[in-house]
Write a protein that binds this ligand. Structure first.
Ligand code: SF4
Ligand code: SF4
Length: 222
């Protein structure tokens, strides 16, 4: 899922300081699961912003709504009336959701309420870790399902670098060495011989370096 974290109250207060009527929009999918931009977090932020503005003698009227997904027009259209009633919108979705609202409502300021972080998983309670950089050409089958592009600090496709200490990365000793994990995993699934394969340089043309990407699935278009 997409993992995000909330912007601070002072930062958001500054972002909306010139507006008197503001709509906060939560998203019911990834950012709800990572406790950043769901209905509960939006309610807390609405209360905090109202208080902060009141204390600053600059009261604000805040309305809040959470829709199922901000990255789909099907759900965004339900916001039209509320957007019309307000001067500005703060989206508590990932960066894609924020931009989807900005495109749908071109004459309304739309601000990001979250900092979008990465694609990751819930590791333990309230701890998420990055697992994928969406490189566009997945190589996980070569590495026992562990991604060195994301999890090796040097992005090595032919590791390890030789600097790990006690199974931890020399760049960040708090992190396990990705190549140690790959080695153990390949051993566990009977594919240790893959360690001897030389992986050619990655073709980055499918990655983000060439600009924003697009996926068209012709078989699903009518
Ligand atoms: S190889 Fe690319 S697509 Fe696959 S997990 Fe790693 S970053 Fe993500
Ligand atoms: S110690 Fe391991 S994870 Fe860290 S840079 Fe070297 S190979 Fe990559």
């Amino acid at each position: 899922m997409i993992v995000a974290s909330p912007k601070s109250i002072p930062e958001l207060k500054e972002i909306i300081q010139s507006h008197q009527k503001v709509l906060l929009v939560g998203c019911g999918t990834c950012v709800t699961v990572c406790l950043a931009g769901g209905e509960r977090e939006v309610s807390i932020m609405a209360y905090a912003l109202r208080m902060a503005r009141k204390l600053a003698s600059n009261p604000v009227r805040i309305e809040q709504i959470t829709i199922e997904r901000q990255c789909e027009n099907e759900f965004i259209k339900d916001l039209t009336a509320a957007v019309d009633r307000n001067e500005a919108v703060v989206s508590f979705a990932c960066g894609a959701g924020v931009q989807a609202l900005a495109e749908r409502f071109p004459n309304k300021p739309v601000y990001a309420g979250l900092n979008t972080q990465f694609l990751g998983i819930l590791e333990e309670q309230a701890v998420w870790t990055e697992k994928c950089m969406a490189c566009g050409d997945c190589l996980l089958h070569k590495f026992g399902g562990i991604c060195p592009v994301t999890r090796c600090a040097k992005r090595m496709l032919n590791g390890p670098c030789g600097g790990s200490q006690e199974d931890h990365c020399e760049v960040d000793p708090d992190r396990p060495c990705a190549w140690q994990l790959i080695y153990k995993r390949l051993g566990a699934i009977g594919q240790l011989d893959r360690m001897e394969d030389i992986v050619p340089p990655k073709d980055w043309r499918n990655a983000w370096h060439a600009g924003a990407r697009k996926v068209v699935r012709k078989e699903h278009r009518t």
